[in-house]
Design a protein around this ligand. Structure first.
Ligand code: GDP
Ligand code: MG
Length: 343
């Protein structure tokens, strides 16, 4: 139970049918370019979000990476419970994935990646006069921050890749960025790539909650509703104290009313601004104010079910890709119309 006060949970499951699609042209182009450049790459760093160890896996990278060496980096480890690390390591090792956990603000944690890269480079200096590492992952997992952190740690140099709190900051592959002198290691930054169609709508909600999907594409009311559902099922999360409300609830309408009053979110005329309350609630989660949280279930059955489901979701055919592109095009047109109306 989340807060003191004996909340009786009214919901036992979260049902949401509609998945979120966000696959703009720069992702398609980025994916193509990654595939083209893969020939010259020696190691792939596949970056995921430690708060959603399963939902931040994008199977499209499997096809691109092929048999190249890969290390999986779970970034933003500072926002996820330390206790999940063993389970994630174990489950991924069963699937032949070597896993590291990082927080880009801590040199010691990113240094482990340089360790893996140097080991490969030093194992065969003739084959690897310089080692090229490509950093891939979903939007906003921290790829560019990781590259900057590696450069800071490896050669004590400043930022080379631009970063941002919103997804979609990096839109094209970067040129090679030096991160280590001996042995010489270079990194390539890439744009974040979403799964064109996420088969599980709740997984899409989790990606959006952790900031992987552009704001106006996901329905924030649904994100907030799921967040509350999840918080109520996590032990030891006292969201009432964090938000300054008196009692827990399983009703998102009630929570937003209370929160809106608490933070004084009012429209002109005195009416409660529930959109503002929603954004406040989502921001509290995204900035880690509810403590370290993981949104995926990591017991062996749930992990197996996740991999099973994504294996059944076959790669997109050409016509599906075209459909995803058209959907993204329509979405952009709608976004433009919406922002014109707001002006
Ligand atoms: N808490 C936390 N935030 C991070 C970490 N790494 C990156 N970020 C933040 O996540 C956001 C996205 O980072 P960015 O590097 O642009 O992600 P990219 O889209 O994958 O290149 C930025 O606001 C970063 O400051 C981390 O290890 N911990
Ligand atoms: Mg980036």
């Amino acid at each position: 139970m989340a807060c003191a006060g004996g909340l009786r949970l009214t919901r036992t499951s979260f049902v949401h049918e509609k998945s979120i699609s966000w696959f703009p042209g720069h992702m398609m182009a980025g994916l193509r370019e990654m595939r083209d450049q893969m020939r010259t790459v020696d190691l792939v760093v596949e970056t995921r979000d430690a708060r959603i160890p399963l939902s931040s896996i994008n199977r499209q990278f499997e096809q691109i990476v092929g048999r190249k060496r890969r290390v999986v980096v779970y970034n933003k480890a500072d926002l996820a419970p330390v206790a999940i690390q063993d389970a994630v390591r174990r489950e991924m090792a069963m699937r032949d994935q070597q896993v590291l956990f990082t927080d880009t603000s801590i040199n010691r944690s990113v240094k482990k990646i340089l360790g893996v890269a140097s080991e490969i480079a030093l194992s065969d200096p003739v084959k690897y006069p310089q080692l090229v590492v490509m950093v891939v992952g979903m939007p906003n997992v921290g790829k560019s921050s990781l590259i900057n952190a590696l450069r800071r740690t490896g050669i004590n140099r400043g930022k080379a890749a631009s970063t941002g709190a919103k997804p979609g900051v990096t839109r094209a592959l970067s040129s090679r960025i030096r991160v280590l002198d001996t042995p010489p290691v270079y990194l390539v930054d890439t744009p974040g790539v979403m799964i064109p169609h996420i088969p599980d709508p709740v997984a899409a909600i989790k990606v959006a909650l952790t900031g992987g999907i552009k704001d106006n594409i996901a329905d924030e009311a649904v994100l907030a509703d799921y967040l509350l559902f999840r918080l109520n099922r996590l032990d030891g999360v006292d969201y009432c104290s964090v938000l300054g409300i008196d009692a827990p609830t399983d009703d998102i309408g009630e929570l937003l009313q209370k929160l809106g009053r608490k933070i004084g979110a009012l429209r002109r005329g005195g009416e409660l601004d529930l959109d503002k309350a929603t954004q406040h609630f989502l921001r509290a989660f995204r900035t880690g104010r509810f403590g370290r949280l993981c949104l995926d279930d990591l017991d062996p059955q749930s992990v197996a079910a996740h991999f099973q489901r994504s294996a059944e979701d076959l790669p997109l055919s050409r016509s599906q890709q075209a459909k995803a592109r058209r959907a993204a095009h329509r979405q952009r047109a709608m976004d433009r119309a919406r922002s014109r109306n707001q002006d």
